[in-house]
Structures are given as structure tokens and as C-alpha cells.
Design a binder for this molecule. Structure first.
Ligand code: SAM
Ligand code: SF4
Length: 348
């Protein structure tokens, strides 16, 4: 970096930077970052059995991830979620959590959190809590060990349950996410809800999204949550509630279980108008919309200079292009995915 570049950088580091606001007036305050494309599971709706993962040099280093996240925080991002792949299988990922926690201490960041499959939680729950993480999302589609193994191909249910126990013991607020899968876990949805609510956890159901080739037919897996909701309403008293977490989930309370159920319906309900989020892959590609292919490369500006000026210019450029919404469809057999990349690339 030249002396003048460094000086400008120092001045601008002190000056507050403009917030990231798109052309539809939506402020980007929520960033999801995939810290790895690797995973210790191979969930049937997410990955193919034999995945080819990225060569290591393509991945942002932990230092680069810190710089990138910090640049977003400087532009008004107040909620940061690390995801993957499985974020807790990235080597030394706690170093990143620890360094990012400085933004919690400064008050710039309101929340630092993660989405995890839970397999490594027993090991990391205490460290996460020590880094200021308060709430985590754990993905769990079934409580049946054999079914769990079949759905995740490689997973061990007991490890995940031990991880959830450890997280709750460490004082982390756990929310469960379950993908609703036709013919796979649909019969189990009520018992999953009862189990979660019985342990003081909210649960959100997610419709399967057409992201990346997995070798499975999405139309066979697709279970509209409108159907699930109608079935649950025959058993329980559901009431729409205004509770929001800033995301796409719409919530209902269930009188009989005393808990909240989130319904994430990208296919039957368009949630784009309130979208406040963007996603970055582990290679530093910024996707302004989960369901569109347009993207911006942030790795080149990150690596081009020690100054963050190029990075901020790339952010301005990209946010200007944030589209109004996505157009997922999943109604034709054999249809190609809406976008080619897997969920594990962009992060859930
Ligand atoms: N490995 C972590 C986990 O499973 O929680 C984080 C990454 S995973 C890609 C994030 C979330 O995306 C998980 O809840 C997973 O169930 C969900 N997911 C993956 N593929 C999906 C798809 N095609 N449709 C809907 N949800 C999907
Ligand atoms: Fe791994 Fe999460 Fe994808 Fe399952 S959903 S394969 S745990 S990244």
C-alpha cells in the first residue's frame, strides 16, 4: 500500500462509512458468511454423495474472513451469521469467532451467531458462549437415528443430541431448523415440534429449495408448508403471531405445546420485499439474493491491497445491483435447479 493510500485508509477508518442501502431502499443489516464448503454430513437435499470441494487456496483465510466481515460491520451490518458447509469443521474457526467478538464488545454488532448441524457442538458450545454468541440455529430433521443416518448419509444423531445438550448447558439459546421432506420426515413433524417445545426451543420448518444438483429429484422431496400447517391445525390450535427475527420466517404459536413454530416458505410465499440480507461464500463471492445468480467477487479487492478501499467500492457496486426478488419454481419433474450452486456454497 502506498503512503497516501494508507493515509486515506486511516482517515476513512475514523470516518463513519455510509450504510449499505439498495435501490429499493432496503438497508443491508444482516450478513451470512459461509466459512467453508466442506461438511461432515451429506444431507440428501443439500449435497451429492460425492462432492468435489474447493481447493484450499480458493478459500478466504480466517484473516480475510475477519477483514471482510469487519468491512460489512463498518457499513452498518449489525447481525452476522457464520454458516457453511459446516462452520464448526473449519480448522481454527474459533479464532475467527474470537476476533469478531470485538465488534460485539464495541457495540457495532448486535449479534454474532451460527447455523450448525450440531455434530461438533459438544466440543465448541462453551467457547462459542465465551465469544458472546447467544443464540444458535441447529439443523435437525428427524429424531430417529436410522432415518437421521439415511437423511444425512454420514451423521450420528447421538452426537447432535449431545451437542444440543451442551449448547443449552452453556446457556446458548437454541433454535431448531427442520427441512420438511415429503415421504421422509413428514410423519414426524408433530413429534419434532413437541420435542423442541418441551425443551424450550423454537423450531422452524423450511421448504426444500432448488439449489444445486444433489442426485435427488426435488419435486419428490417438496412438501408445501401450507399442507403441513393445515395438518397441524387439525391437531393443535395455531395462532399467527407478529413475532419476527428479521428473516423470512412467519411464526405461529401453538397453544397446546406453548411454543413457537416458524414457517419458512420461499416457494409458496414471497418474502423478498423485506429482505435485509446478503450472503458471502467461502471464496468471497457476494450473492445479493439467495435465488439469483448475480454475484460480486470480493476476494480480488480483498487480496489486491491491504487497504479496504477497493473492497468498499466493490460493496457499493454490488448493493446497487441487489435484485428486487427471486423466482424459484419447483413444479416440473426433472427441472434444473433455480441456481446451480449448492446451499452449502452460499450458506443457509
Ligand atoms: N451445515 C449447517 C447446517 O446444516 O445447519 C449449516 C449450513 S446448511 C447449508 C444451512 C441450512 O440449509 C440447514 O438448515 C439445511 O437444512 C438447509 N438446507 C440445505 N439445503 C437446502 C435446500 N436445498 N433447501 C432448503 N434448505 C436447505
Ligand atoms: Fe452439511 Fe448442513 Fe448441507 Fe447437511 S445441510 S450437508 S449438514 S451443509
Amino acid at each position: 500500500m502506498s503512503t497516501s493510500e494508507a493515509a486515506i485508509d486511516r482517515i476513512q477508518q475514523r470516518a463513519p462509512r455510509p450504510a449499505l442501502v439498495d435501490t429499493f431502499g432496503r438497508a443491508v443489516t444482516y450478513l451470512r458468511v459461509s466459512v467453508t464448503d466442506r461438511c461432515d454430513f451429506r444431507c440428501v437435499y443439500c449435497m451429492a454423495e460425492h462432492m468435489t470441494f474447493l481447493p484450499k487456496p480458493e478459500l478466504l483465510t480466517l484473516e480475510e474472513l475477519d477483514r471482510l466481515c469487519s468491512a460489512f460491520v463498518a457499513r452498518g451490518v449489525s447481525k452476522l451469521r457464520l454458516t457453511g458447509g459446516e462452520p464448526l469443521v473449519r480448522r481454527d474457526v474459533m479464532t475467527l469467532f474470537r476476533s469478531l467478538s470485538r465488534h460485539l464488545d464495541s457495540g457495532a454488532l448486535e449479534e454474532l451467531t451460527l447455523t450448525t448441524n450440531g455434530s461438533q457442538l459438544a466440543r465448541f458450545a462453551g467457547d462459542l458462549a465465551a465469544c458472546g454468541v447467544k443464540r444458535i440455529n441447529v439443523s435437525l430433521d428427524t429424531l430417529d437415528a436410522d432415518r437421521f443416518r439415511a437423511l444425512t448419509r454420514w451423521g450420528d444423531l447421538n452426537k447432535v443430541l449431545a451437542g444440543i445438550d451442551a449448547a443449552q448447558r452453556a446457556g446458548l439459546h437454541v433454535k431448531l431448523n427442520a427441512v420438511a421432506l415429503a415421504g421422509e420426515n413428514e410423519d414426524e413433524i408433530p413429534s419434532l415440534i413437541e420435542w423442541a417445545h418441551g425443551r424450550g426451543m423454537d423450531l422452524s420448518l423450511i421448504e426444500v429449495m432448488p439449489l444445486g444438483e444433489t442426485g435427488a429429484e426435488r419435486l419428490d422431496q417438496y412438501l408445501p408448508l401450507s399442507t403441513v400447517r393445515a395438518r397441524l391445525a387439525e391437531r393443535w390450535t395455531l395462532e399467527d403471531i407478529p413475532f419476527r427475527t428479521g428473516g423470512p420466517a412467519r411464526y405461529v404459536s401453538i397453544k397446546e405445546t406453548g411454543g413457537r413454530l416458524g414457517l419458512i416458505t420461499p416457494l409458496t410465499h414471497n418474502f423478498c420485499e423485506g429482505c435485509n440480507r446478503v450472503r458471502v461464500t467461502c471464496t468471497g463471492t457476494l450473492y445479493m439474493c439467495l435465488g439469483q445468480d448475480d454475484a460480486a467477487d470480493l476476494r480480488a479487492p480483498l487480496r489486491a491491497s491491504e487497504s479496504d478501499e477497493r473492497l468498499h467500492a466493490a460493496l457499493d457496486d454490488a448493493i446497487f445491483r441487489k435484485p428486487k426478488g427471486h423466482d424459484f419454481v419447483i413444479d416440473r419433474p426433472g427441472q434444473a435447479p433455480a441456481v446451480r450452486r449448492h446451499m452449502s456454497m452460499t450458506g443457509g
